[in-house]
Each structure stands twice: as structure tokens, then as C-alpha cells.
Ligand binder design. Structure first.
Ligand code: SF4
Length: 431
């Protein structure tokens, strides 16, 4: 089969994989325009020093031996199949690299023949790149669950980042929807990567040798194919960050591609807003020192689609506000909607030198429009502050935002609106 035909087939099969930062972005590009990241091809990732790099995104093969219900590449689907050779992937990567289109490679694969065989093919590819072609660019590769530990280790010494996809947010769903996958096989490589990395860190610099997965590991979860609550998903992410020091958890709104009794109907819209809320909650876990139990409770296990998780937490805990920006700790400041890590640092730094006034806050990076309901400054509160959480909720949602959200608000989300009364919103806005 021609290389171009393989690229066409495998690009189509790879487009539902989101384990990189620009996946899922629709740029509305047309023929004759530039900048499409939607169909696969080039995606983006962030290096440990925060640089954004363009990656060539390739699926090594779609000839899978597994039959995961939610996947376009499952063995029971009658789709065109193709498999690259290691040499082809290495050549493609070098071609794109030499033309300055990319800075690295994002290589994923279905399971061909068996996990060991698949992993060996990936190792061979990376060896050609690293050892024969001298490629020093960034490589993100999928760790193949079920492959021998020695193979996973060999792959890790050739890659910058590895990812093992958790796929679904519970063992029960995995058993039902990915019957060939053993949950143990998913967590084993994650654990191994964490252990080898830690062992390497403890070695004196002169004895460390080549770096093992220097950019760490990430994972991906499909959202909306199975019935888990938002709270259980956020708790899994928290656990993964703590236990395996993951760099990122990616959330992928389920896109129905197969007609299947165990899955939502093919006409179901991907829950994109829910995916967005999960990314916001993930941000709170990683940068705002929130715990999963603070973000969502057992009583309210799903996101309020009308408010971001931080604003939602703030109105539910309104008794903690307003916080005085002149005296509050860094941690208290971080909890205020409209104040992020950078602006909280700015406040802490600035108030060492002068007494802050409400008029100073904008210059320090605070989004006053959001923060105004939750702050005081030298006992001064912003004009018009009304200490009524219901009124604040209404004010935090603009009419435009409300209309967009209402459009997204499908049946399955109605339960998630418990904090917010739609009729009251419409009434308040019409006053
Ligand atoms: S292992 Fe499952 S999810 Fe992965 S490519 Fe095969 S069928 Fe798809």
C-alpha cells in the first residue's frame, strides 16, 4: 500500500485521540486557508519548561485485535486498515522536521497481533529516529498496556513523554465497554514509569545515564460513554496525580462513532461543556490547591453547567467571603473567583510595599468583574456589593453566556443545574 494511502487511513483513525493539547480544536479552516489542527496531522504539547511544541501526530496502525465498543478502530468494524513500518514513521517524522513543520512526534497505536509485538514496533521506530537519524526532538509515545515490563522500559528511555490511557472512569465500565482490556494492565505501566523515574532521580547525576521519560506521563479518559458522575471522574484524576505524579489528565468528550446498545445513541452530541468543566476542575486540582471533595460533594456530584467550578465553590461557601486582599493569605486569595496564582502572587508582593486600594487591583491582574463579589480591601468593599449568593450567581452569568449554555443544556445535564434556577435567572435578567 502507498504511504499516502496509509496516511489517509490512519489520519482518519487517529482523529478521536486527544492526548495532546490542541486535539479536539475545530478551526473552521477551508481549502486555501491555513491552521487546521482538527483532522490530526499536527498537534501541540508543552515541554517541561512550558514551551509549546508542534508535533506530528501519527497512529502506527489501526489493525486492532481488541474490540472496545466505543472505538472506531475496533476489530468488528469494517473499515480500511493500514500499518506503517518503523522506517516509514521515522522518514515521515524527519521529512516534516527538516521542513520545520514540527518539533516532535506524537505516536500512538492500536494493538496489532499482541501488546509485545506492538511495543517492539514502536521501539524499533524510536530507535531508528534516535540512533540512526540522530533525532533529538520531542517524542510522546503511547505505552502499550499488557506489554512486557522490559519493553515498556526500553520505550521510556527513547521517549520524552509516555501516556497510558485509563480510557473509562471505572473498572465496571471498562469491563463492559473494553472487555479485552485488563484494568491491571492499564495501571501497571503507569506504576512502572513512576517507579523507574523515582529510582533515577535518587541516583547521583554521574550515574543517571540516559533520561527515562523526562517529560513525565499523562493519560486520557473518555467522558460521557459511561454513567460515572463528574465527582467520581475528578476523584480519579486527583488520585492519578497523587499516586503516579501524572503531568496531565486529558478528558475526551465521547463522540459516538458506533451503533451499539451499550453506548449513547449515535445522534448524541459530545458533552463538550462537561469536558470543559472537567478541565477547569483539573486546573483547580493542579494549581489552586483544591481537593476533589471540595470541588464536588456527594450531594451535588455533577458540575453546575452555568458556573465554572471555582465560582460554584465560592457561592456555595459564601460565608467565607469577602476576603480582605490586604491581609488574606495566598491560599485564601487563590480561592477568590477572578484571582489566579499570578495575580495572587502580585497582591502578596505589592502589599509588602504599600497599602492596597480597590483601584490598584486591576493593575495587579485581578478580574474585578468576577472578584468584586468576594473581596474587600482595607475593610472597603466594592460599590454595589450585595451579599446574596443567588444574586451573585445571576450576575456572574452574562445573558450571552446563558443563551450559549442553554443551547448546550441537553437532557442529561438537567440534574446538574440544581444550584441554579433557570426561571429565576430569566426573571432577574428581565428586571
Ligand atoms: S485497543 Fe481498543 S481503544 Fe485501542 S485501538 Fe484497539 S479497539 Fe480502539
Amino acid at each position: 500500500m502507498e504511504r499516502e494511502r496509509k496516511i489517509e487511513i490512519l489520519a482518519e483513525s487517529a482523529k478521536y485521540d486527544v492526548s495532546c493539547s490542541s486535539s479536539g480544536v475545530e478551526n473552521n479552516t477551508r481549502q486555501g486557508t491555513v491552521g487546521s489542527t482538527a483532522v490530526s496531522g499536527i498537534c501541540h504539547s508543552f515541554t517541561p519548561d512550558g514551551r509549546c511544541v508542534s508535533l506530528l501526530k501519527l497512529l502506527f496502525t489501526n489493525a486492532c485485535i481488541f474490540d472496545c465498543h466505543y472505538c472506531i478502530n475496533r476489530k468488528s468494524n469494517a473499515i480500511p486498515r493500514a500499518t506503517f513500518t518503523p522506517q516509514e514513521v521515522a522518514d515521515l517524522t524527519m521529512d516534516f522536521y527538516m521542513r520545520n513543520y514540527i518539533e516532535g512526534l506524537f505516536l500512538s497505536s492500536a494493538i496489532i497481533k499482541n501488546p509485545d509485538y506492538t511495543c517492539e514496533l514502536l521501539i524499533k521506530t524510536l530507535k531508528i529516529l534516535r540512533e540512526e537519524k540522530g533525532f533529538r526532538g520531542y517524542i510522546h509515545v503511547k505505552a502499550i498496556p499488557g506489554a512486557d515490563e522490559k519493553l515498556i522500559e526500553a520505550l521510556g528511555f527513547l521517549a520524552d513523554r509516555m501516556s497510558v490511557n485509563v480510557e473509562l472512569p471505572s473498572r465496571e465500565s471498562l469491563k463492559l465497554l473494553a472487555p479485552d482490556k485488563d484494568p491491571f494492565d492499564l495501571y501497571k505501566p503507569m506504576k512502572q514509569i513512576t517507579t523507574v523515574k523515582k529510582e533515577q532521580e535518587f541516583l547521583p547525576a554521574v550515574r543517571r545515564g540516559p533520561s527515562f521519560v523526562p517529560a513525565g506521563q499523562s493519560t486520557q479518559m473518555i467522558i460521557g460513554a459511561s454513567p460515572e458522575s463528574d465527582r467520581s471522574i475528578v476523584k480519579i484524576s486527583e488520585n492519578l496525580y497523587q499516586k503516579y505524579q501524572l503531568k496531565r489528565v486529558y478528558y475526551s468528550a465521547y463522540i459516538p462513532v458506533n451503533q451499539d446498545n451499550l453506548l449513547p445513541a449515535v445522534t448524541t452530541e459530545p458533552p463538550l461543556l462537561r469536558e470543559h468543566r472537567l478541565y477547569q476542575a483539573d486546573w483547580l486540582l493542579r494549581f489552586y490547591k483544591f481537593t476533589a471533595d471540595e470541588i464536588l460533594s456527594e450531594d451535588k456530584p455533577n458540575f453546575n453547567l452555568y458556573l465554572d467550578p471555582k465560582a460554584n465553590w465560592a457561592v456555595q461557601n459564601y460565608q467565607r467571603f469577602p476576603v480582605d486582599v490586604q491581609t488574606a493569605s495566598y491560599e485564601q486569595l487563590l480561592r477568590v473567583p477572578g484571582i489566579g496564582p499570578k495575580s495572587a502572587q502580585n497582591i502578596v508582593k505589592a502589599r509588602k510595599y504599600y497599602r492596597l486600594h480597590l483601584t490598584d487591583l486591576k493593575k495587579l491582574g485581578i478580574v474585578i468583574k468576577r472578584a468584586q463579589y468576594f473581596i474587600a480591601c482595607n475593610h472597603e468593599t466594592p460599590a454595589g456589593l450585595i451579599k446574596d449568593p443567588e444574586w451573585i450567581i445571576t450576575s456572574l452569568i452574562s445573558s450571552k453566556q446563558y443563551e450559549v449554555l442553554k443551547k448546550h443544556n441537553t437532557q442529561s445535564t438537567s440534574e446538574q443545574l440544581s444550584l441554579f434556577d433557570v426561571e429565576r435567572f430569566e426573571h432577574a435578567k428581565s428586571r
